[in-house]
Design a protein around this ligand. Structure first.
Ligand code: CA
Length: 380
């Protein structure tokens, strides 16, 4: 099938809410797996990551999925992990698993695939949207995962949350941001809806894989970049090529790192292995949030105390403007097609419901414990 035909067909399929797709990742490719199961031989799968191999958080998440599957299956299903670029480039993992070149993809965000369908962006995160805790609540108990599965079905993929970064940082800037005007004319790496929002206020938003960001900042191809948070950002050494580190990550308040599995490959497994694969992703989802929560603060201290990085908060009026623009951008996306509307209404409806509880529980507690932000003499 031609690439364009595939995308058109898949896009229309997603719009129509159908699960049928012909022509990609066919059964024949899974015949060896089924045979291997019956004869008790080991099934070998490939996992392609959008992150460099063993990269903190994102890369170890891929390793965790592979390890859990290997351990829980008693070695019956063996998963080999390929880092970004080893088997396919980061931005080709979706198509690679769709056509069963690899059976699992991991390590990026569903928002990488907005060219396939705009609604993909909602399943990573929404600016000023759900926190990690709320995102997991929406996905597993609020109808989010069902919508995500419906969206990926025409691409021959079964999505699962495979990690969560928690609240990210606002990014690295070579210019101080004192007002909205300081954002105008910036060229910034920022994918997803955050990029859409910044485009409206005069930023040129681009997406680049993480491994290319250091060079792009160093040679001035971009003036600013968001990646994740201190644990990952320190590993890439962005403090060597960018001046200011901004908080908060208004654009990614709790990003789901996705896993996706080739549907025929998954269907071709015996039921116990199928459950193991899906639950290994679920375990990795919880693990990653714990890992980020445990590691980010130590890396932040290193950036502050060893490298003297100036950490800044975006001014309140900048955040207010970005929040208003976010609502406009999301309304426009929802208005463009019926499936995006369904996802939008589901997520935003959930946010409206959960907000009251979060404010009286997490927020009220954190203010009681730590005080209001900026009251402890930090340099942010
Ligand atoms: Ca990010």
């Amino acid at each position: 099938m031609q690439r364009r035909d595939f995308l058109t067909h898949a896009g229309l399929g997603a719009l129509a809410g159908t699960a049928a797709l012909t022509g990609c990742g066919k059964k024949d490719e899974n015949a060896p797996a089924q045979k291997a199961t019956a004869s008790g031989e080991v099934i070998h799968w490939k996992l392609v990551s959008a992150a460099p191999k063993n990269f903190p958080g994102l890369g170890t998440g891929a390793e965790n999925i592979a390890r859990y599957i290997n351990e829980l299956s008693g070695g019956r299903l063996s998963v080999k992990v390929y880092g970004a670029g080893e088997l396919v480039p980061a931005f080709e993992t979706f198509d690679a698993v769709s056509r069963n070149t690899a059976q699992i993809g991991h390590g990026g965000g569903s928002y990488y695939w907005k060219g396939k369908h705009e609604a993909t962006q909602y399943f990573t995160t929404v600016p000023f949207g759900l926190t990690a805790q709320e995102m997991n609540a929406w996905l597993f108990y609020g109808g989010g995962l069902e919508l995500w599965q419906e969206l990926y079905a025409p691409f021959n993929l079964v999505p699962m949350p495979g990690g969560n970064s928690g609240v990210q940082m606002g990014g690295w800037f070579n210019r101080e941001i004192r007002s909205l005007a300081d954002l105008k004319g910036l060229k910034m790496r920022i994918p997803g809806l955050g990029g859409e929002v910044l485009t409206r206020v005069g930023v040129t938003a681009v997406n680049l894989p993480g491994a290319e960001l250091f060079m792009a900042l160093q040679n001035g191809t971009i003036d600013a970049a968001e990646w994740v948070a201190p644990y990952n950002d320190l590993a890439f050494g962005f403090h060597k090529v960018a001046k200011y580190y901004y908080a908060p990550g208004w654009h990614e308040p709790g990003s789901t790192v996705e896993a996706f599995i080739n549907k025929q490959a998954l269907d071709g497994l015996p039921p116990d292995l199928r459950h193991i694969v899906l639950n290994a992703c679920k375990l990795a989802n919880a693990d990653m949030l714990a890992e980020y929560t445990a590691r980010n603060h130590a890396s932040l201290e290193t950036l502050l105390n060893q490298h003297g990085v100036p950490v800044r908060r975006f001014p309140d009026d900048v955040l207010t403007a970005l929040r208003n623009t976010t609502l406009q951008v999301m309304e426009e996306i929802a208005a463009r097609d019926p499936f995006s509307r369904r996802v939008h209404d589901s997520l935003m409806g959930f946010l409206e419901q959960v907000r009251g509880w979060t404010d009286i529980s997490e927020l009220a507690y954190l203010i009681a414990r730590d005080g209001l932000p900026g009251t402890k003499g930090d340099n942010a």
